[in-house]
Design a protein around this ligand. Structure first.
Ligand code: HMG
Ligand code: MG
Length: 286
C-alpha cells in the first residue's frame, strides 16, 4: 500500500523567480531560501546554472548559492542544461543537479536551443560526471500534456523522454505540465502510459496552475501512486520560453489539500505562510 507521506520539492527560488519581470535582488533570493529552509523541506531548488543571456533573472546563481545558510538534511539543488552548467553548479556547492528535457520538439528548441535527441546527448556527460562524483541527478520532462507551440502532446513522447532520462541515471523524473493546461483526464492518460515503463516511486508531478486545475491533477497523480510533487511557495513561477505559463501550484495550497486527503508532508504551516508572504512580496504582482 503506498505511503501517506508526500514529499514536496520546493521550487520558488528557481521556477518561481526565473520568470519575474523585475530583477529580484540577490540578498532577497538568499533570504527567501533561508526562510524556506526553516519550513521542513528535504529538497529546495535554489537556482539554475544556465546562460545569463537566456535567463537573466538567475544570472546571480553562484552568489545565491554562496550566500544561503545551509541546514543539514536539506539538499540544495540547481538546474544544469550542459557540462558548463554542471561544473558551475558543483563549484557553487549544489548538492543535487537537474537536467531538463521536453516531450515537445518545438519547446526543446525554444527552451534549450536543441532537439530532444541532441539534448539527451548533451546530458550524457552530465550524467556520467554526476555518477562519478556521487551527485544525485534529477530529470525533468516539460510539456507532458500540452505544448505552447504544438498543442496536445502524445503520451508516448513523454514515455520515451522519461525513459531516456531514467536510463541516464536520474533517480527521479519530474513530469511537467509547463503551461498548466493539463486536464485531469489528459494527465491520467499520460501517467498511465509512463507507468507502463517506469514505477511511480521514480516519478514526480510538476504542475503549473494556469487553469486552476493543478490540485485536481495532483489528485489524479496521487491515485496513480505518485508521492512527490513540485510546488512553489507563494505560487510564483512560469517559464520564459512558454508563453502563458503561470506559476507553479502554491506549496501552501498543496499542503492544505494533502492534509484534507489524509496525507502528511512534514512541513511547518506557519513558517510556510511567512515564506509565502515574503515570496509574493518579491513577485511582480506585489
Ligand atoms: P546555446 O546558445 O545553444 O549555447 O544555449 P552554446 O553552448 O552555444 O553557448 C552559447 C553561450 O552561452 C556561450 O557564451 C556559453 O558560454 C554560454 P558566449 O560565448 O556567447 O558568451 N553558456 C552558458 N553560460 C552559463 N551557463 C551555462 C551555459 N551554457 C552555455 N550552463 C543553453 C543553450 C541551454 C545554454 C541555453 O538555451 C539556456 O541557457 N537555456 C536556459 C533555459 C532555461 O533555463 N529555461 C527555464 C528552465 S526549464 C523550465 O522552467 C521547465 C521546468 O520548470 C519544468 C516544467 O515546468 O515543465 C523545469
Ligand atoms: Mg516549471
Amino acid at each position: 500500500k503506498p505511503s501517506n507521506h508526500v514529499t514536496i520539492v520546493e521550487m520558488a527560488p528557481r521556477d518561481g523567480l526565473q520568470n519575474e519581470k523585475r530583477q529580484v535582488d540577490t540578498e532577497h533570493k538568499i533570504e527567501l531560501v533561508n526562510l524556506l529552509s526553516d519550513c521542513g523541506f528535504e529538497r529546495i531548488e535554489v537556482t539554475s546554472f544556465v546562460s545569463p543571456k537566456w535567463v537573466p533573472q538567475l544570472g546571480d546563481a553562484a552568489s545565491v548559492m554562496a550566500g544561503i545558510e545551509r541546514r543539514s538534511g536539506i539538499r540544495y539543488a540547481a538546474l544544469a542544461p550542459n557540462m558548463q552548467g554542471f561544473e558551475a553548479a558543483l563549484a557553487a556547492g549544489a548538492d543535487e543537479v537537474a537536467i531538463f528535457a521536453s516531450a515537445s520538439e518545438t519547446f526543446s528548441m525554444r527552451n534549450i536551443n536543441c532537439s530532444i535527441a541532441e539534448s539527451i546527448e548533451r546530458f550524457r556527460p552530465v550524467a556520467a560526471a554526476s555518477r562519478d562524483r556521487g551527485v544525485p541527478l534529477r530529470g525533468y520532462v516539460s510539456c507532458v500534456v500540452e505544448c505552447p507551440y504544438e498543442g496536445a502532446i502524445p503520451p508516448q513522447n513523454v514515455v520515451s523522454v522519461a525513459w531516456q532520462l531514467r536510463a541516464l541515471g536520474c533517480y527521479e523524473i519530474s513530469l511537467g505540465d509547463t503551461i498548466g493546461k493539463g486536464t485531469p483526464g489528459a494527465v491520467d492518460r499520460m501517467l498511465a502510459a509512463v507507468l507502463g515503463e517506469l514505477p511511480a516511486r521514480v516519478l514526480a508531478g510538476h504542475f503549473h496552475d494556469t487553469s486552476g486545475r493543478a490540485l485536481e491533477n495532483i489528485a489524479v497523480a496521487l491515485e496513480r501512486g505518485l508521492r512527490v510533487f513540485d510546488a512553489s511557495t507563494g505560487g510564483l513561477g512560469g517559464c520564459p520560453f512558454a508563453p502563458g505559463a503561470k506559476g507553479n501550484v502554491d506549496t501552501v495550497a498543496v499542503c492544505d489539500y494533502l492534509e484534507t486527503q489524509g496525507y502528511e508532508t512534514g512541513l511547518d504551516k506557519d513558517k510556510l505562510a511567512a515564506a509565502a508572504a515574503f515570496a509574493r512580496s518579491l513577485g511582480s504582482a506585489a
